[in-house]
Design a protein around this ligand. Structure first.
Ligand SMILES: *Cc1c(COP(=O)(O)O)cnc(C)c1O
Length: 361
């Protein structure tokens, strides 16, 4: 009997997305000009409490665009957590700057502000806090450090749409924040991303760099070398429909996490963090277990997909460093993302928990 696989992540798309995509197609505006782009930029920036949105082709180009607009270049150093998706560090490398890795906080897994402080040098230009798996970074100490040393902050909020730090939405704590709308993110446009900022000048710079560096007042005139990092109106049509559902998705993610937490509380796995100052949106419901690889195998046998944490970037061939980052290395050995899609049913969550508890063998 073919068994249904429960995926780690899956988009939730409906007739609202379909209707808007059809409208975009019928309008003829299928490239990167069109009403949905403007609506999505305004809507998403407003949702996060920011002034301006600049939509991009994906989350990685959003990060590169942000760093480029801030003038990050060869010879600079940019501090990034070692425990994140590779693209945070790659975007730094694209500018010619050097990513310098920071170990995780043992309790909430994001970059540890005290360890961040120790990595600052004369060359440090910017910090990229990543709100890992939906849990926000501790932004107050990070801001204190960056102000003291006159550094830029670029939040990588690709995994944390709607998450809050001390009651305020992530994405609103930095010079520029970056989001991804890849198919497995909390809201999706297929591929897609966005930069948010309150700074008009940075917004204008990003718009120019996004569009081949073209002078907005003089067609085919280019003062700077830019990129084509634009989002299409078709993607934005999906985005506008998804944005209307974002609050309900966040609520659903938190309900899923609450159910997992209650089912797994007496097990020997460690449950995901939610600090007093945090609203975790549980992009990926994540646990720690000494028997992580054994759990992956047991789940797989039952048709349940799960995923080990990211390998720390400082251990990966393309960004190899000799230093030790004991906290991130341990988290990466023991961390496991469980199915977290908003389409999950209560029965599926109970079944997954039962496998973890060893009640189904
Ligand atoms: C998904 C993700 C990105 C990159 O997004 P893409 O849209 O896939 O390019 C960047 N940073 C983090 C932390 C991510 O999870």
């Amino acid at each position: 009997m073919a068994q249904k696989t429960i995926p780690v992540a899956e988009p939730s798309l409906g007739k609202e997305e379909l209707e808007k995509v059809v409208k975009a197609l019928e309008s003829g505006w299928i490239s990167s000009k069109g009403e949905y782009i403007i609506e999505f930029e305004k809507g998403f920036a407003g949702y996060c409490g920011c002034e301006y949105g600049v939509a991009t082709s994906n989350g990685t180009t959003a990060l590169h665009l942000a760093l480029s607009a801030l003038g990050v270049k060869k010879g600079d150093e940019v501090l990034v957590p070692t425990l994140t998706f590779i693209s945070t560090a790659n975007a730094v490398a694209y500018t010619g700057a050097k990513p310098v890795f920071v170990d995780s906080h043992p309790r909430y897994w994001c970059m540890d502000p005290e360890k961040l402080r120790k990595k600052i040098t004369e060359k440090t230009k910017a910090v990229i806090p990543v709100h890992l798996y939906g849990h926000p970074c501790d932004m107050d100490p990070i801001k204190e450090i960056t102000e003291e040393h006159d550094l830029c902050i670029v939040e990588d909020a690709a995994e944390a749409h709607g998450a809050e730090y001390k009651g305020r939405k992530v994405g609103s704590f930095s010079d520029i924040s970056c989001f991804s709308f890849y198919g497995n993110k909390i809201i999706t446009t297929g591929e897609g991303g966005m930069c948010l900022t309150d700074d008009r000048e940075l917004m204008e710079k990003m718009r120019i760099l996004r569009d081949h560096g073209m002078d907005p007042g003089k067609k085919y005139w280019h003062d700077v070398i830019g990129f084509n990092y634009r989002m299409t109106n078709l993607q934005a049509a999906v985005g506008v429909a998804q944005l209307e559902k974002l609050d309900s998705f966040v609520e659903k993610k938190r309900e899923i996490a609450a159910l997992y937490n209650s089912l797994l509380q007496d097990s020997n796995v460690k449950l995901p963090p939610e600090e007093d100052w945090a609203k975790n949106v549980y992009w990926m419901y994540s646990i720690l277990s000494e028997k992580r690889d054994h759990l992956i195998e047991k789940l797989r046998e039952k048709g349940i997909e799960s995923r080990p944490f990211f390998p720390p970037i400082h251990q990966q061939p393309c960004h190899l460093r000799r230093e030790k980052m004991p906290v991130a290395e341990r988290l990466s050995m023991n961390g496991l993302n469980l199915p977290s899609s908003v389409n999950l049913t209560e029965e599926e969550i109970k079944e997954i928990a039962a496998v973890i508890l060893g009640k189904i063998t």
